[in-house]
Design a protein around this ligand. Structure first.
Ligand code: TYM
Length: 373
C-alpha cells in the first residue's frame, strides 16, 4: 500500500468505531509508512563470517569456512572477523588472546584471504556490534536460547561458568552478521542452528520495527555444509578438543604423518562392495579433500575388491596432507611475526567494518524510534 493510500485510510470515517483496534491498526500502519527507505546495501551482495580465536585453526575451519572466504572475496562485498568477544564466553583468561588473534589473522591470510579485497577485522574493534546485540537481546527469549545445542554442550562441559554471554551467544553472532546486512554466511555444518536463529532474530526485528535486514543464509555454493570429521572417527575436528585426532594448519610434517597413521581402521571389508563403517568413510572423505581424484578412485576400487591396504592408504593421505598444509603453515609463520603488517590489516579492516556498521545502526535506531530530534 502506498503512503498516500495509507494516509487516506487513516483519515477515513469508518475508523474510530473501536478505539483499541484503531490504535493498534494506527500503530502498524504508521510503522509501514515510517519504514526506512533504503533497507539493503546497494551494489554487491554482502557476505559475513567469523572465527573464534580459541586455539589453532584446523582442516575443518579451512574446508568448512576459509576456503569459501577466499573464493567469495572475488565476487562479493566481504566482512570476515576474528570473534574475540565470543571467545570470552568460554575463555575468560586472556593471557593468550593477543597471540591467538594474531595467529587466526595470519592463518586466514596464509590461506589466501586478501585484506585489500575483504574487510578482515576484530569483533571488539567494531563497537556498534555491542549496541545491536543489546537491542536483539530484547527480542531473544530464554526458552529458545536454553534449547541451543552449543549452549547445552558448553554448559555441560563447564558447569561452573554458565554465564549470560554464553546463553546469548547466538544473539551476538546475529549482531555480527546483520550489522552489515549480510545475506551469505559461509560456515561449516556445526553453525547451521546458529544461522537459523539469526534468521529468526532478523525477521523478528523486521516484523516489530520495519524491514531493515535481509534473512542471512548459511552458504556453501549450493552444496551441503561441510563437516570435517576427526581422525578417530568420533565427532569433528575441533580447535581445543580432541587434539591428536585433529589436523592443525600449524602442524609440522612429522606430526601430520603421525596423526594420520594413527587414524582408526580395521582388518578391511569382508565382502566385495561392502558398506564402509563411519571411521573408514571419514578417511575417504579426508582423502577427497586433499588427494587427486585418481588416488581416491584407486583406493575406492581396492576397497570394493577387498584388497585395500589401509597402511598404504594412510601413508598416501599423510603425504598429501603434508603437501597441502606445509605452504600454509610456512606462510602463516612469516606473517605472524610481522606485527606492523597485522596492525595495519586490523586497522584497515575495522575502518571498513565500522563504516558499514554506522550506516546500518542509523537505520536500526530510526526503525526502533530512537530518533528524538
Ligand atoms: P568457530 O570458530 O568454531 O569455527 C570457525 C568456522 O569453522 C567451521 N568449522 C568447521 N567446518 C567443518 N568441519 C569442522 N570440523 C569444523 N569446525 C569448525 C565453523 O562452522 C565456522 O564456520 N560461532 C562461530 C564464530 C562466529 C561467526 C559469527 C560465524 C562468530 N560470529 C558470525 C559466522 C558469522 C564459531 O564458533 O566458529
Amino acid at each position: 500500500m502506498s503512503s498516500v493510500r495509507i494516509q487516506e485510510f487513516l483519515s477515513s470515517p469508518y475508523l474510530h468505531k473501536h478505539p483499541v483496534h484503531d490504535s493498534l491498526l494506527f500503530y502498524y500502519l504508521r510503522r509501514l509508512m515510517d519504514k526506512p527507505k533504503e533497507t539493503l546495501p546497494a551494489g554487491r551482495q554482502v557476505v559475513m563470517s567469523g572465527i573464534r580465536p580459541t586455539g589453532f585453526l584446523h582442516l575443518g575451519n579451512y574446508f568448512g569456512a576459509v576456503k569459501n572466504y577466499v573464493r567469495m572475496q572475488e565476487e562479493f562485498e566481504c566482512f570476515f572477523m576474528v570473534a574475540d568477544l565470543h571467545s570470552l564466553t568460554t575463555h575468560p583468561d586472556t593471557k593468550e588472546l593477543k597471540e591467538n588473534v594474531h595467529r587466526v589473522l595470519s592463518e586466514n591470510i596464509a590461506c589466501g584471504l586478501d585484506p585489500d579485497k575483504a574487510a578482515l577485522y576484530c569483533q571488539s574493534h567494531v563497537h556498534e556490534t555491542a549496541e545491536l546485540y543489546l537491542y536483539l537481546n530484547m527480542m531473544a527469549y530464554k526458552g529458545e536460547l536454553e534449547k541451543t545445542v552449543t549452549f547445552k554442550e558448553k554448559a555441560r562441559l563447564h558447569p561452573d561458568n554458565v554465564n549470560a554471554g554464553l546463553l546469548t551467544y547466538p544473539v551476538l553472532q546475529t549482531a555480527d552478521i546483520i550489522l552489515h546486512r549480510a545475506f551469505y554466511v559461509p560456515v561449516g555444518k556445526d553453525q547451521e542452528q546458529h544461522l537459523e536463529m539469526a534468521r529468526n532474530f532478523a525477521n523478528r526485528f523486521n516484523h516489530r520495527y520495519g524491514e531493515v535486514f535481509p534473512e542471512p543464509q548459511a552458504f556453501n555454493y549450493g552444496n551441503e555444509l561441510v563437516k570435517v570429521p576427526s581422525l578417530d572417527g568420533a565427532g569433528k575436528m575441533s580447535k581445543s578438543e580432541n587434539q591428536f585426532a585433529t589436523l592443525y594448519l600449524s602442524d609440522d610434517d612429522e606430526l601430520i604423518r603421525k596423526k594420520v597413521m594413527k587414524a582408526k581402521t580395521d582388518a578391511g571389508p569382508a565382502s566385495a562392495d561392502a558398506v564402509k563403517p563411519d571411521y573408514i568413510e571419514n578417511i575417504f572423505l579426508l582423502m577427497k579433500l586433499v588427494s587427486t581424484p585418481e588416488t581416491v578412485n584407486q583406493f575406492e576400487a581396492d576397497y570394493n575388491k577387498c584388497n585395500i591396504r589401509y597402511g598404504d592408504m594412510k601413508k598416501q593421505l599423510g603425504e598429501d596432507m603434508v603437501k597441502f598444509i606445509t605452504p600454509i603453515r610456512e606462510k602463516a609463520i612469516a606473517i605472524r611475526h610481522d606485527h606492523k603488517y597485522l596492525r595495519e590489516v586490523m586497522e584497515k579492516g575495522a575502518e571498513k567494518a565500522r563504516k558499514s556498521a554506522k550506516t546500518t545502526m542509523e537505520l536500526v535506531r530510526q526503525a526502533i524510534g530512537l530518533n528524538y530530534y
